[in-house]
Design a protein around this ligand. Structure first.
Ligand SMILES: [Zn+2]
Length: 474
């Protein structure tokens, strides 16, 4: 394979077609169903599917025998399914998603979730990096192989529309399409992160998650706080007490040992090496306010905290008026949304049940406490890397980034990887992505680092070609 030619082809396709497509894609507010329950009525999801489908169809003639279908199971988000025939009886699955996180506040002047802005190497806007580019990057890789006649195994591209809601529709599609998907020996996922933009980062683990709505109710209606305080326990105070059952308020450490696993020794070693490579970028990639410092200065501990330990985020609140309309009222109830990341090898569903009992048992003062579980997903720990893939990854990182590859766990969750890991225990995984420092998926000012998008596409092409070669060798 001619890597310079591959580079030219992929870069050109990104500049001429992919970036303009992503600009249009960013304009579409196709929020994941959890954030837009009326998604079907609104039609944004269909618009995003249409955009990707239309572009992909123009590329199919260059991939002989390739087919595309938008699969729609009744009452579920759609899924784009593309099959590209190969020259061996083996399958590569390439995965991505097209649904988006909600807007979030705090976008800088001139930027916004649905306002695409190109600034230097970056394309700002919601969903470009997480994960709109995946279908384009995957197809770019396969097109680049065909452009120079490099053989590959049969490839299946699956782009779902429910990932940001925990992929609850996806298992139905995997079952529905089981015969057509076959048995992949390599799974490529472009929805993950990178520690920096200087090398290829392979994701070795993903955390699972669970969460839901915690509500504490103390009164049938709000009352004068001067009248009631000291008599009626505050729902906010009870909520704080309940949260303290789960999390140490001083340190942020999750208390119950049931929510931990033994971290494999190899992952601890890799965390140490990541901490060395990244240095203080482990934490100063976050937009801290002046004077603020991280949970600890121990970089390895920080890496392990965000990849192998349970951690809590409170992501929403209800039952409280906004500040300008807050009177002196002892409010009847307080609700918060909890998002609990759990270790890669812990069952998300079991963790959720455990947390539900922990929060609901023995409510202080007999308050009405409910924890409504919302979504759960188990994490994923990569199987032992095959020597061919380790070699392919090392070569690809050198070829396209000019530096060695790095390995790190990610703190986020991709529920599909857990599902696939269980279904195809023998498959190898290439999980990587463009979500590097400041790219801020899920937050304001999300951007796609275009050079990294290009390089990741080239890496996929390279690795898919090596996958074929080692299969051909037997
Ligand atoms: Zn994503």
């Amino acid at each position: 394979m001619d890597t310079a030619r591959l580079n030219r082809f992929v870069s050109g396709l990104w500049d001429d077609e992919i970036v303009p497509q992503l600009v249009e894609y960013i304009r579409i507010p196709n929020k994941s169903p959890m954030f837009d329950p009326k998604w079907a009525e609104h039609g944004y999801m269909d618009a995003a599917v249409k955009l990707m489908e239309t572009w992909a169809r123009t590329k199919l003639p260059a991939l002989p025998g390739a087919t595309l279908e938008v699969v729609r199971l009744e009452g579920r988000t759609p899924l784009i399914y593309i099959e590209v025939p190969g020259t061996v009886d083996d399958t590569v699955v390439l995965y991505g998603h097209l649904d988006k996180q909600p807007e979030m506040t705090g976008w800088a002047e001139g930027l916004g979730p649905w306002t695409p802005v190109l600034k230097g190497d970056k394309l700002y806007g919601r969903g470009g990096a997480d994960d709109g580019y995946a279908i384009f990057g995957s197809l770019a890789a396969l097109l680049a192989l065909h452009e120079q006649g490099v053989p590959h195994a049969r490839c299946v591209i699956m782009i779902e529309a429910c990932e940001e809601s925990g992929s609850y529709d996806l298992p139905f599609y995997v079952d529905h399409l089981a015969d057509r998907i076959g048995h992949p020996s390599l799974v490529v996922c472009l929805d993950s992160g990178c520690g920096n933009y200087d090398q290829l980062w392979l994701t070795t683990s993903l955390r699972g998650m669970t969460g839901g709505e915690l509500t504490v109710q103390v009164l049938e209606e709000g009352v004068h706080s001067g009248d009631a305080s000291g008599v009626v326990p505050s729902s906010f105070r009870i909520l704080r007490e309940l949260l303290s059952r789960l999390e140490d308020p001083e340190t942020g450490t999750i208390k119950p040992k049931e929510l931990y696993v033994d971290i494999p020794q190899q992952r601890i070693e890799q965390a140490k090496r990541s901490a060395e490579v990244l240095g203080t970028a482990v934490y100063d990639k976050f937009p801290f306010v002046k004077g603020m410092h991280p949970v600890t200065e121990d970089l390895t501990e920080l890496v392990l905290n965000r990849t192998w330990r349970p951690q809590l985020a409170v992501t929403g609140v209800d039952g409280m008026p906004s500040l300008e309309s807050a009177g002196n009222v002892l409010r009847p109830k307080t609700s918060v949304k909890l998002s609990l990341r759990v270790p890669p090898t812990l069952s998300g569903a079991k963790a959720g049940q455990f947390v539900k009992e922990l929060l609901e048992n023995n409510p202080p003062y007999g308050a009405k406490v409910s924890f409504k579980l919302e979504k759960d997903g188990s994490g994923w720990n990569a199987p032992q890397l095959s020597p061919w893939l380790e070699q392919a990854v090392a070569t690809a990182s050198q070829n396209y980034f000019g530096t060695p590859a790095a390995y790190m766990g990610e703190g986020g969750s991709i529920p599909f990887m857990g599902m696939l890991g269980e279904k195809f225990p023998k498959a190898q995984f290439l999980i990587t992505g463009v979500l590097g420092p400041h790219s801020n998926a899920h937050g304001p000012n999300e951007f796609l680092h275009i050079p990294t998008g290009k390089k990741v596409s080239m890496v996929v092409a390279d690795v898919v070609a090596r996958h074929y070669e080692q299969g051909a060798k037997g």
